[in-house]
Ligand binder design. Structure first.
Ligand SMILES: Cc1ncc(COP(=O)(O)O)c(C=O)c1O
Length: 349
């Protein structure tokens, strides 16, 4: 398969001249910075925020590079992985002409970003086993299909998508295959990051919002070949990752041991919760999960959802979602939270 990024990127993006910030034009050491119209006197906080942050987040990428084993130049950082999703549309999909493929039930932002960007979305539902329907996908692909989003482990079903099926897409699709690995830390399946050297059409997305416990900071990662990363950088806002996020994420990356312990505990708690939920008479199916949540088919999910809400426990009612009728998506909590959840469900009549 021939892969040529220039045939995928929008013409206007190819031709445009990106914004060049003061920090792009000079990033070395100096004693007096009079180039960016910042407040030279300081900021009214204990930490100085009066200077613009590094537009390409080089220190943070260096550290992520060491942890992930991906060269810095192959890393894009966004204001959550949601930013990377949106930028993929803006760089590669011509509004009103191009289309993308998603596999419902899946993460909602792929469709929202498609709609915001006026890009047609083709939906090829997962099979009953929540796996890819390769024949239907092949039929859905046309010459204007630019992106295919594979969420693995998938939200809201929790399962990983069969690796061989994803490889079929990578080997045959001439657009970009975007694998959203937001929940990969909880999965038995391995990340596709090592495959980046083999597939120029691969984009792997991960986030600091789940296992890393930093949803409030808004930091997401996209890993891809240099031509793709260059286009994402070309269209992003100049200072898309703020200074506090860059500094705090750098600090947090020293806490990898703590994250590993929490991941292990979350997986243990997931298995505990799975067993307890399965034993309830109101439960029909607890689906297998490779993530930090469980999709549970119940008898009358919406009433159970309301019961839990009245007790101050909020889960996600997914019963209106395709293939998820009567299903709740329940995030794995702490041991105490999970025990309370089970005890409230036992109370439910
Ligand atoms: C599959 C998936 N991808 C991405 C995100 C969003 O990640 P971020 O917080 O980095 O924007 C979520 C959040 O729930 C998700 O479930």
């Amino acid at each position: 398969m021939e892969f040529d990024i220039e045939t995928l990127v929008r013409e206007n993006i190819k031709k445009m001249k990106p914004y060049s910030s003061a920090r792009d034009e000079f990033s070395g050491e100096a004693s007096i910075f009079l180039d960016a119209n910042e407040n030279s006197f300081g900021s009214p906080l204990p930490v100085a925020y009066n200077r613009y942050p590094d537009p390409l987040q080089s220190k943070l990428k260096e550290k992520i590079s060491q942890i992930k084993g991906v060269p810095s130049k192959n890393i894009f950082l966004g204001n959550g992985s949601d930013e990377a999703i949106d930028l993929l549309f803006r760089a590669f999909c011509e509004p009103g002409i191009d289309n993308v493929i998603i596999f419902p039930p899946t993460y909602g932002m792929y469709e929202v970003c498609a709609e915001v960007n006026n890009v047609k979305i083709k939906k090829v539902p997962l099979t009953e086993k929540f796996q890819l329907n390769l024949e239907a996908i092949e039929e859905a692909i046309d010459s204007h299909t630019k992106l295919i989003f594979v969420c693995s482990p998938n939200n809201p079903t929790g399962n990983s998508i069969d690796r061989n099926d994803i490889e079929v897409l990578l080997n045959n699709f001439e657009g970009l295959v975007v694998i959203d690995e937001a929940y990969i830390n909880y999965a038995k399946q391995k990340t596709f990051i090592p495959e980046l050297t083999e597939y120029p059409n691969l984009v792997v997305m991960q986030t600091f919002s789940k296992a890393w416990g930093l949803a409030g900071l808004r930091l997401g990662m996209a890993f891809a070949g240099l031509p793709i990363i260059n286009y994402l950088n070309k269209v992003k806002y100049p200072y898309n990752i703020n200074q506090s996020t860059q500094q705090l994420a750098l600090e947090a990356l020293n806490g990898v041991d703590k994250i590993n312990v929490w991941v292990k505990t979350a997986v243990e708690q997931r298995e505990w919760l799975k067993e307890k939920l399965a034993a309830l008479s109101i439960t029909q199916i607890v689906y297998p999960s490779d993530a930090n949540f469980l999709l549970v088919k119940m008898k009358d999910a919406t009433t159970i959802y309301n019961h839990l809400m009245s007790k101050g426990i909020i889960v996600r009612d997914r019963s209106k979602v395709i293939l998820c009728n009567d299903s709740l998506r329940i995030t794995v909590g702490t041991a105490d939270e999970n025990e309370q959840l089970i005890s409230e469900l036992k109370e439910y009549k």
